[in-house]
Ligand binder design. Structure first.
Ligand SMILES: [Zn+2]
Length: 251
């Protein structure tokens, strides 16, 4: 029998399977993204003291199977640190659900998901303490994109590298270039663009650089900044995230 392995993990998705089992998808610190089956999850409180519900942080114990994609989840315990409180506020639930779905969409099973795990864990902690806001959403999106390899540039023109200044009236976000171009270079970047007030582009750059814990209290990047992020996400994801609709209706 394969050895039992253990890792901290966050439940991204879960669904019931047969009478008593659950199939879950987890982002783990040490083992990438895993799909697993928890036999008897709905009846065994001893082995699954922490129920395998989405957004739950657990210490996961599992065995790999010689064949098949799903691992056998043998136990799930509470992690050493207290879990963030996410279920006392609809905005927190909506934003956490969206971030879990976004992290799921931006990671593949084989890829090293450790950075995405750490970021999601920090985002949930920050969300539990400071609450949801448009600025927090934008900061989390920018950081999740960065660890997935999509570092977006809002502080400098992608073409001439000139620093964007608050005195500039507006810049143009070009999804295909992963950042903004300045008004002077706009003619050399004919692609469809989202016009963003320079102040909002700078707010976006500040959100990308700041510690996540501070983001909730910071200035958000406005509706044009949100539109730029949405356009970029649509350009790299093959589907619209289901949890985005509820979040958009709240924010
Ligand atoms: Zn330029």
């Amino acid at each position: 029998m394969p050895a039992e392995e253990t890792t901290p993990a966050i439940v991204l998705r879960a669904r019931d399977y047969s009478e008593s089992d659950r199939i879950v998808t987890l982002l783990t610190r040490d083992c990438g993204k895993l799909g697993g089956i928890a036999k008897g999850a709905k009846s065994s409180r001893r082995r699954f003291e922490r129920k395998l519900e989405p957004l739950t942080h657990v210490t996961l114990f599992f065995r790999r199977r010689p064949h098949g994609d799903l691992v056998f989840i043998t136990r799930a315990e509470a992690p050493p640190a207290p879990a963030p409180v996410l279920d006392d506020d609809l905005g927190k639930i909506a934003l956490a659900s969206y971030l879990a779905e976004l992290a799921d969409a931006l990671t593949s099973d084989a890829a090293d998901a450790a950075d995405a795990y750490r970021l999601l864990a920090r985002a949930f902690d920050a969300l539990g303490r400071a609450g949801a806001s448009v600025a927090a959403r934008q900061a989390f999106e920018l950081n999740l994109l960065r660890v997935a390899g999509f570092g977006l540039e809002f502080a400098r023109c992608r073409l001439c590298a000139a620093a964007i200044a608050a005195a500039d009236e507006a810049v143009h976000f070009v999804a295909a270039r992963g950042g903004v171009v300045c008004a002077r270079c706009r003619g050399r970047a004919p692609e469809t663009a989202v016009r963003i007030a320079a102040a909002n582009a700078l707010a976006m750059a500040a959100l990308a650089a700041a510690p996540l814990e501070r983001a909730t209290a910071m200035t958000d990047a406005g509706a044009d900044g949100a539109l730029a992020l949405a356009r970029f996400l649509a350009s790299i994801l093959d589907r619209r995230l289901r949890s985005a609709a509820l979040l958009d209706s709240l924010m």
